[in-house]
Design a binder for this molecule. Structure first.
Ligand code: CMX
Length: 136
């Protein structure tokens, strides 16, 4: 793993959350993106070297909607950048972590991503991500 790339925060409404997070980070969001495969709207803030990704569900049965229903709004995942996502996924698998997707998939912000099940990572949903050169 190279570095913490972003922190995902689940919110009920991105629109309603903008004033709070703009005040908190003392900056405006710089990008909004709809990720069809994940059924989420995302909004990004820069905070030093780390991005903050607000996540709003676009469906009632999506991962973010389910998370908020069970745990409320708040930190949803930590995303770590890796050099070679296929290699890191293989390593994680061999170490006994449960991958939530067997192949890297396309995430927000031109990234190839893979999630690890929180039950195998001590309770935190971890995302591996790598720049998707093809998609950028
Ligand atoms: N962090 C920590 N724990 C979490 C969690 C999260 N984000 N989401 C769910 N859990 C917990 C549940 O509360 C549950 O705990 P208990 O058994 O103690 O109640 C446990 O994990 C397992 O729950 P589950 O019923 O097996 O699975 P869910 O249907 O709740 O799904 C998860 C959980 C992580 C497998 C699913 O959300 C997933 O596949 N996530 C990956 C994709 C994703 O999160 N996409 C949205 C973001 C996309 C983006 O960033 O662009």
């Amino acid at each position: 793993m190279k570095n913490l790339e972003h922190i995902g925060i689940a919110v009920k409404s991105i629109e309603a959350s903008i004033p709070l997070f703009s005040k908190l980070f003392n900056t405006e969001p710089y990008k909004e993106e709809f990720v069809a495969g994940e059924k989420v709207r995302t909004l990004f803030f820069n905070c030093g070297n780390v991005k903050i990704e607000l996540l709003e569900s676009t469906t009632e049965d999506g991962a973010i909607a389910k998370f908020i229903e069970k745990r409320g709004e708040g930190i949803h995942h930590l995303a770590f950048e890796v050099e070679d996502i296929n290699q890191e996924m293989q390593r994680m698998k061999e170490e006994g972590f449960t991958l939530l997707n067997e192949q890297p998939k396309e995430g927000a912000d031109h990234k190839l991503i893979c999630f690890l099940h929180p039950k195998t990572t001590g309770g935190t949903l971890i995302e591996l991500c790598q720049e998707n050169k093809k998609g950028s």
